[in-house]
Design a protein around this ligand. Structure first.
Ligand code: MG
Ligand code: MG
Length: 273
């Protein structure tokens, strides 16, 4: 069952999303080679709790941390450990926040130090594909239009692997609600998009093949071919004309520009959102 949100509920979700992104902004300002993954996890948790929120992932199906920290060939759901980031790592950091009864969800992939051109291109394309999906998320369209926009851009135009096993999701009073938001699909198919639908769109795109597997920790998803994977996520509300992006990467990207240890990820083309 899909829970469509009122304008007031959407503002509550926006509040959760913006606080959630503050945690990612903090990560953007401190992350770099030599930094400990569990340290940034603790700091993110502290920031959220200091603002009266609760980490959205910690305790969710027994996930042990505030952030999912997924390195290189890890796609998503990596558990932060005492690992110290290395020059050349790419790190997907995914955060969820529960504030005043509503969840926010967003993710960004950080490129630390000397990341190769082909990997930077994967990041640029994956980020651009997120906005291609958002552009398709207007009332009257269908879920498949979002899915197709992401898949076509990443798979057909750029020959990357689009992960099938993990998808975006509705969000609101629950972290994961109906409907699913696949990153692959057919135009004109699936759930009709209506005002009040709030979804997390999150392309997970592999440099190599699309196949993934889960590690024995019961969480971490990695690519089967061990090539790197990228992940960007926004929470959005479907509107007429254009989607309302409830989360924000603006502060994250400002902090990246001021962090000499992190490379900027660029949009490949102007995407109107
Ligand atoms: Mg997320
Ligand atoms: Mg999500």
């Amino acid at each position: 069952m899909i829970f469509y949100k009122t304008a007031e509920e959407i503002e509550m979700i926006r509040e959760a999303c913006l606080l959630n992104c503050k945690a990612l902004e903090h990560v953007a300002s401190v992350i770099g080679p030599g930094v400990n993954a569990s340290k940034i996890d603790r700091e993110a948790e502290e920031l959220l709790r200091d603002h009266g929120a609760v980490p959205g992932f910690k305790g969710y199906r027994d996930f042990p941390a505030t952030l999912c920290v997924s390195l290189n060939e890890q796609v998503v759901h990596g558990i932060p450990t005492n690992y110290e980031f290395k020059d050349g790592d790419i790190v997907s950091v995914d955060c969820g926040t529960l504030l005043n009864g509503f969840y926010g969800d967003a993710a960004y992939t950080f490129a630390l130090g000397n990341v190769s051109e082909d990997v930077m291109e994967l990041l640029n394309v994956t980020k651009t594909s997120l906005y291609k999906g958002i552009q398709a998320a207007v009332s009257g369209a269908r879920m498949g239009d979002i899915s197709f926009a992401i898949q076509k851009y990443c798979e057909r135009d750029h020959k990357y692997g689009v992960v099938r096993e993990l998808v975006g999701h509705g969000i609101g009073r629950n972290l994961h609600e109906a409907p699913e938001v696949p990153n692959y699909g057919k135009r004109g198919k699936g759930v009709k998009l209506q005002e009040g639908l709030v979804i997390a769109i999150e392309p997970m795109i592999n440099l190599g093949r699309k196949e993934v597997r889960q590690l024995d920790d019961g969480w971490t998803i990695i690519t089967k071919d061990k090539k790197v994977s990228a992940h960007f996520e926004h929470t959005i509300a479907v509107k007429r004309g254009e989607a309302d992006i409830l989360s924000s990467h603006v502060g994250i990207e400002n902090n990246i520009r001021n962090n000499p240890n992190v490379k900027e990820v660029f949009l490949k083309e102007e995407v109107v959102v």
